[in-house]
Every structure is written in C-alpha cells, then in structure tokens.
Design a protein around this ligand. Structure first.
Ligand code: MG
Length: 394
C-alpha cells in the first residue's frame, strides 16, 4: 500500500481548530498566569517533575526491566510518543505543547509489569469498581501527586486531563463531570488528544518490533509475513545485503514510522479540510475522530498490531514472566489489604481515612493506588519482604 499525500508542509502559527490557551477551560484551582511560561508548557513541566513520571523508567513496557537494559520502558515509550506527536502537531498546526504534555502523562497510571499488572490489579479490585489504567493516570495528576500547598495533584488544565483520559467505562465516566461527558455521548476530545492517541499506537507498534527482534522472540523472516514490514525490509536488504543486522532493522523501522506518520498527516489534513471547523469545540461536537490513518495504511497498521499480539505479547516466554509477575502483584495486594501496617504509614493512613469515608471500597482503592504506583523492582522486593524472600522473576 503506497502512502497517500505529499510531504507535509510546515507553516507557522496555530490553526483556528487547534487548542488555544486563551480558550482553555482552565484549571480546577485557578492560578495566576506565569510571567514567561504558557499554560500547557507549565503542565508539561509539572508532569516531568512528578514522581510518577520518574517511576516510569522502572516500569515494564513489554519486557520486564531485569531482562535487559536496551528494551523500552514506560519512560522511553512515553518520550517516543511525545516526539511522534510533536511532529504531527507541527505539520497540522496544532498545539505541540499540549500534545507533548498529554503524551508524557498518558501512561503515568500504569501498574508495574505492563498490561499483565493492570489485569492483575483489575482482578483484585473487581468487587470495588475495578482498575483502569487510563483513569489511574488521571488519578495520579488529579489526586495522588503531592507537591502543592493549595491542592492535591498537579492541577493541570482541562485540555491536558481530557487527553490523558483516553478510554473510560460509562460507570466511571458518570462521576467525572465535564471530563466524562464524551464517554456517555459520542463526542470527541481535542485534535491534540487525538494526535497523542495515535502517536501512542504508532510508537509502540514500531518499537515493539525492534524490542521483539532484539529479544529473539521475533525474526525478520516471521515479520516478513506482515506487509508493512516486508515492504520496507526487502528494499533495505537488497540495497545493503551485508550491512549489520541492527542497521537493517533500524532502517526498516525508520521507514515504517515515516510512512505511517506521513499518511496520518495527509489523511488528517484532508479530514480537517472537509469540515468547516472554527474552533477546538467544533471538533468536540463531532461523532468521529479526524486524526486518522487512510483505510489502506490503517489495515496494515492493524495487521502488524495483530501479529505482535499473537507472536510477541502472548509468546510463552513473555507469558511465563508476566504470569509470575501477576501472582506476585495479587499476593502483595492481598497482604496490604489484610494488614494496612505492612504499607508505609502515609498510605496506611490514607487507607484508613478512605475506609472511614467510603467503606471497604475506599480501603481497597488506597491499596490499589499504592500498588499501581510501584515500579517493577519495588513490587518484587515487596513480595520478597511479605511472602517469600527468595522469590525471583523467571
Ligand atoms: Mg502508551
């Protein structure tokens, strides 16, 4: 499938339908403007300074941290999302600072051990409203970070919070006021939020190919069954059959990202041009996103995603590590819940306070917040302390 459209043009300034700070719905706690930093820039700075952001470096993307130093972590994943997002924002005259803030924050609520950890925590929280990592990212920036005298959380702008909350169940959306509305109706978030969302998809699809090949769980021969990979890999090998393997892989992945991003820009530009948009709120009133891939490239992108799901995310070697990690997470959750004294005093105090206010669900939520905030290695050491000092991940 050839990518559609010409090379993106760069033009200065924000489009009328971009998010503008002058039209922002603002922060929950009003704050005076900063003399030389914009509001979305301040949001990004707050995110980068948060402790949840620093913990991302020790949280699993696909491969658990101890498996190797070169694999993506949640932190490097978030940086790759931000840089793809910034490029797209720039080509479409959208607000790159907002895209960057959303991208850097989008995974702050991720548990240790990637999606496996999230599923484990969701199981633990089943009777008390479950666990959703998108919603948890919002909890981190709205409540859990403690850095200001005047309020809990980071007090981010509405637009940043809107972008962070990518998915949400209807039940949870009902308790989120303005922010939850679009999950109850059929509205869309800002174009900047839509860009960050697709940048996330493009980033992980491509970097997981790289990590999968590095790990030996994927091979070039196997991946050549995927059209998007094959179309870029074969010409690179023909051009330089004796080049080092790593270089061939990087050339291929670079070309794949380039094709998909170029298509995303061209398709989104056409989608935007086909509407008479006057503002970011016009985007919110639509029933479908405008930031999108063309049908052909989307089909290929999804085929790669399916391939990764089948051959990497559910590879027996990945499952062996993640299912052990799930057992560990469930065990530490149950220990903390049964005996709050096994948690650090501030978390135990919060669990008691929320239990007094909300009953057993409040107590469990405080434990889930604590467990979700852990890094991979911290979760393993908690398990060693509480359950089995000799336990290791495979
Ligand atoms: Mg992500």
């Amino acid at each position: 499938m050839k990518s559609s459209g010409s090379a993106p043009r760069l033009a200065p300034g924000l489009a009328p339908w971009a998010a503008r700070e002058s039209q922002s719905r603002g922060r929950s706690y009003p704050e005076p403007a900063h003399p030389y930093r914009g509001e979305y820039q301040r949001d990004r700075d707050r995110i980068v300074h948060s402790s949840a952001f620093r913990r991302l470096v020790y949280k699993t993307q696909v491969f658990v941290n101890h498996e190797g130093d070169l694999y993506r972590t949640r932190l490097t994943h978030s940086l790759e999302v931000a840089q793809i997002g910034r490029t797209v924002a720039r080509c479409l005259n959208l607000n790159g600072e907002l895209v960057e803030a959303i991208a850097l924050a989008h995974d702050l609520g991720h548990t240790p051990f990637g999606h496996a950890g999230q599923d484990a925590l969701h199981t633990c929280m089943k009777s008390w409203g479950g666990f959703e990592h998108n919603l948890q990212s919002l909890r981190v920036v709205d409540q859990l970070e403690q850095r200001y005298l005047g309020f809990a959380g980071l007090n981010l702008c509405f637009e940043t919070r809107e972008g962070i909350l990518k998915h949400c169940s209807k039940r949870n959306a009902r308790s989120l006021g303005e922010l939850g509305k679009r999950f109850l109706g059929r509205g869309q978030p800002s174009l900047e939020a839509q860009v960050a969302n697709l940048a996330d998809e493009i980033a992980y699809n491509n970097h997981d190919v790289d990590d999968g090949l590095r790990s030996g769980l994927l091979s070039e021969a196997g991946l050549s069954r995927v059209p998007l990979f094959r179309r870029h890999y074969e010409p690179v090998v023909r051009r330089a059959p004796h080049a080092p393997r790593r270089v061939l892989i990087h050339e291929t992945i670079r070309a794949m990202i380039n094709e998909v991003v170029t298509d995303l820009v061209a398709t989104s530009r056409r989608n935007i041009a086909a509407r008479r948009l006057r503002s970011s709120d016009d985007v919110r009133a639509l029933t479908k996103p405008l930031i999108a891939l063309s049908p052909g490239v989307l089909a290929e992108h999804l085929a790669l995603k399916r391939y990764l799901r089948r051959h990497l995310y559910s590879h027996p070697q990945v499952i062996e590590v993640t299912s052990r990690a799930q057992e560990m997470l469930k065990a530490v959750f149950q220990r903390f819940l049964a005996d709050l004294k096994t948690m650090p005093p501030e978390h135990a105090a919060r669990a008691r306070a929320w239990e007094a206010e909300l009953g057993p669900a409040g107590r469990a939520r405080a434990v889930a917040d604590y467990v979700a905030g852990m890094t991979d290695r911290y979760a393993v050491s908690a398990y060693q302390r509480l359950v089995d000092p000799r336990a290791r991940l495979p």
